[in-house]
Write a protein that binds this ligand. Structure first.
Ligand SMILES: *Cc1c(COP(=O)(O)O)cnc(C)c1O
Length: 401
């Protein structure tokens, strides 16, 4: 029994802000620009440079970045977009914002990512029925990259675009390159929500190597308005002139957010390394237990946004009790995610229980444990001990029943 007992709830994720981060934001408050100043383009360049992508467009959230990414790829009423059911609802809502239809592809239980085999099978069927998707949005669950090379091959074979919802995966690698480099996709999206790897409070970013997509996204995040004469349909009326050339939104990131993000990038690798070190401790602690850990593939380096364990089938019934008991012990265990197609809004669209059996089975057994750079060794040992003894008690209970 560890002597350490937490006095308050250990969250599942938490930002790590330094004195420098705070100073960077205060400096902006003392400057001339709270929005549309120099920090946003600086943040965009820093992220593009880090990922080795050519262009980056900052937005006020990953959700808005996903929306304008779909629009830039011309997703509209007559189109279908496919994504994974095991994700946050934003991964599929973005297609609905464009008036498109959404469909899901079941997951690979080994890592919780979209199953490349299921995708390939569904594409083959869709081709026969002339219902191929315009865009497939893949999600790197927990920070572990999908098999992008295989997905890219399919995108060429079946002629669809690929968006990476890399909200969990800044700092992760796939086959030696940074996630976000867009080697095997059209656009990659990051989120800077406080539970993610680095934060700008709220914020997102869309990366691409395609200048036309970038120009479209830059217009769409700011009302569809341009003051670049090259994008205008007629000669400028004068120095005040601007034109609205598409129907855009106000999805802009503020200077305060960009300054925070810029300051946080400096510790991005440190954060990811700490998350990996903590994940190794969990891996080892659960090695001899009945828990299965979602493991990164051999050719990937995970950013470990989440640490997810999966209960054995025999303990499916105890899933809720285990999480409830962990929460009662001040451990904010969570589940990522409730399959999107089970949400009432999606059920009203026609999706049903049983549509994506691997996603549903995973949902009944997955538990996200606290993981963030400042999680202490004492806290982690307490979490491990509490989880393992909860499992032991359950086993004991079932064996005397
Ligand atoms: C967090 C998250 C989003 C949304 O990010 P916001 O910046 O909060 O809009 C989208 N997709 C996934 C997979 C996420 O985890």
């Amino acid at each position: 029994m560890p002597s350490f007992i937490p006095k308050t709830m250990i969250p599942y994720g938490k930002q790590d802000l330094s004195h420098d981060d705070i100073t960077a934001v205060v400096d902006v408050l003392n400057s001339d620009y709270l929005t549309q100043g120099p920090k946003v383009p600086e943040f965009e360049q820093a992220i593009a440079h880090y990922c080795n992508a050519q262009f980056a467009t900052a937005t006020n959230s990953a959700t808005s970045a996903l929306h304008i990414a779909c629009l830039a790829l011309n997703v509209s009423e007559n189109d279908t977009v496919w994504t994974s059911p095991v994700s946050f609802v934003a991964s599929s809502n973005c297609a609905l914002y464009c008036g498109a239809k959404i469909h899901f592809v079941d997951i690979d239980s080994r890592n919780g990512n979209i199953s490349v085999q299921a995708l390939s099978d569904k594409l083959q069927q869709a081709k026969l029925h002339n219902t191929l998707p315009k865009v497939v949005i893949v999600v790197h669950l927990a920070g572990n990259s999908c098999d992008m090379e295989a997905i890219h091959q399919l995108s060429i074979q079946y002629n669809f675009s690929v968006i990476e919802d890399a909200s969990h995966a800044i700092g992760a690698n796939y086959k030696g390159n940074k996630v976000g480099c867009c080697q095997f996709s059209d656009i990659s999206i990051f989120s800077f929500h406080p539970v993610k790897i680095i934060t700008s409070a709220e914020g997102g970013m869309a990366l691409t190597n395609n200048i036309e997509l970038t120009e479209k996204m830059q217009l769409l995040r700011s009302h569809g308005i341009t003051n670049n004469t090259k994008q205008m349909t007629e000669e400028s009326h004068g120095p005040w002139y601007y034109q609205q050339v598409s129907l855009g939104f106000n999805y802009r990131m503020t200077e305060l957010q960009a300054a925070l993000g810029l300051s946080q990038i400096k510790r991005l690798d440190e954060f990811v390394n700490k998350r990996n070190a903590l994940a190794r401790v969990y891996d080892e602690a659960f090695l001899d237990s009945e828990l299965t850990c979602l493991l990164p593939d051999n050719d990937t380096f995970s950013s470990y946004h989440l640490y997810i364990v999966v209960l054995p089938h025999s303990q499916k019934e105890s899933h809720k009790d285990i999480i409830t008991s962990l929460r009662a012990s001040n451990i904010f265990a969570h589940v990522h995610y409730i399959p999107i197609h089970l949400q009432p809004y999606y059920q009203a669209l026609g999706f049903q229980n049983g549509d994506f059996p691997f996603a549903e089975d995973y949902y009944q057994r997955a538990i996200s444990l606290p993981l963030y750079p400042n999680l202490t060794a004492d806290e982690q040992q307490y979490i491990i001990h509490t989880l393992l003894s909860t499992l032991e008690q359950l086993n004991h209970k079932t064996s005397i029943e």
